[in-house]
Ligand binder design. Structure first.
Ligand code: KG4
Ligand code: ZN
Length: 338
């Protein structure tokens, strides 16, 4: 069995995966959303203190599996340095006490493996990764070869939802809040821009749209500075429509060139049913099979870390338990390998 640990942002999570069968034997997560809501985003030091409290609680509840461990896997990049270190410290301790190897897991690769929890791997695969920190299209040729085809030049998808909610005073995380409001809204009422619409650039950008939303919010406020529920719903719907059109427009450029028959959306924002359904239509048009992870595995979790580690264990991809550290976050650009 492998113990896997996730602490790259605001979710503390532990899982136990059976190496031979891939069965998820244990999976628990403690989220910090409530604690960060007051700030409208994740506060790194608060997050790391909350991991320091939550991770041992989770380990205690997985105690019965510890004697049978063959390896411990931990997310070590990319993410918040101070929170990654909490997971790494626990991984090192368990590995040293049990004399077992450590597997260092790339967070974005783990999101890709969220598709394969208790399932067979499907590769080659084109992946749209939309999370709080990233917007990317990745060509996954194999476990070893994953290349970025398009990336974001500013705010990621999840981040733009979070900021939109924050500007309307609606709490954190913004994704589910905005999606819910948008369901009641009229997406045609406001004419928000579709980013890079007339640009041939194969990249994602959402900060211009965020600014347009900010101006619209100011325009809609009444003399006391309040926004009506109707306005909030219509702004959310208009914003979400622009995000969708932007993602689809740039994805089409890639679909026109890439012949890979399987496509997937992963990451926290892949839980968004409006975006999912737009991609279902696109995949139908391009005759691609679409894959998504179950909703419970879209946001950060240790089960996906364990699924990646199951593959890595078979390939002998081990890190040095004494020197394993966080890796500085590299700025991803097109044509780069993950
Ligand atoms: O993958 P994730 O849990 O953490 C990172 O790796 O960043 O993604 C979290 C992000 C947050 O920004 C959150 O607002 C967004 O995913 N998110 C959504 C939805 N649910 C979560 N964004 C849009 N629509 C949703 N339904
Ligand atoms: Zn993530």
């Amino acid at each position: 069995m492998i113990l896997s640990i996730e602490s790259s942002c605001d979710d503390s999570s532990l899982a136990i995966t059976d190496i031979a069968t891939g069965k998820l034997l244990f999976h628990r997560k403690i989220s910090q959303e409530k604690e960060h809501a007051a700030y409208g985003g994740v506060v790194p030091e608060l997050a790391s203190r909350l991991h320091a409290v939550a991770l041992p609680v989770l380990l205690e509840s997985a105690k019965e599996y510890l004697p049978g461990l063959k390896a411990v896997a931990v997310t070590n990049r990319p993410g918040l340095g101070v929170t990654l270190l909490e997971g790494i410290a626990m991984a090192k301790t368990v590995a040293q006490l049990q004399h077992i190897p450590i597997i260092a897991v790339h967070h974005l690769k783990a999101h890709i493996y969220s598709l394969f929890i208790e399932k067979e791997v499907v590769m080659p695969l084109l992946v749209l990764l939309i999370s709080g920190g990233h917007t990317q299209i990745i060509r996954v040729s194999s476990h070893e070869k994953m290349e970025v085809l398009a990336t974001s030049i500013d705010d990621s998808v999840g981040e733009s939802y979070d900021k939109c909610a924050k500007m309307m005073g609606l709490g954190y995380p913004g994704g589910p809040i905005i999606e819910k409001l948008a369901r009641e809204g009229d997406e045609e009422r406001f004419d928000l821009p579709v980013p890079l619409r007339n640009s041939p650039q194969l990249a994602f950008s959402l900060s211009g749209l965020k600014n347009a939303v900010r101006l619209l919010i100011e325009e809609c406020r009444d003399s006391e500075g309040n926004l009506s529920h109707r306005d909030m719903c219509d702004i959310a719907a208009g914003f979400q429509k622009s995000v969708k059109l932007h993602l689809i427009q740039k994805s089409k450029k890639i679909f026109d060139k890439e012949k890979i028959a399987d496509f997937a959306i992963v990451g926290g924002a892949s839980a968004n049913l409006y975006i999912r359904s737009a991609y279902e239509q696109l995949c139908k048009k391009y005759r691609k099979r679409m894959h998504v992870a179950p909703l419970e595995f879209c946001a950060d979790n240790a089960a996906m870390v364990g699924r990646y580690a199951q593959e890595a264990y078979r390939k002998g991809e081990f890190a040095d338990p004494l020197t394993i550290d966080i890796e500085p976050t590299k700025k991803l650009s097109a044509n780069m390998e993950l």
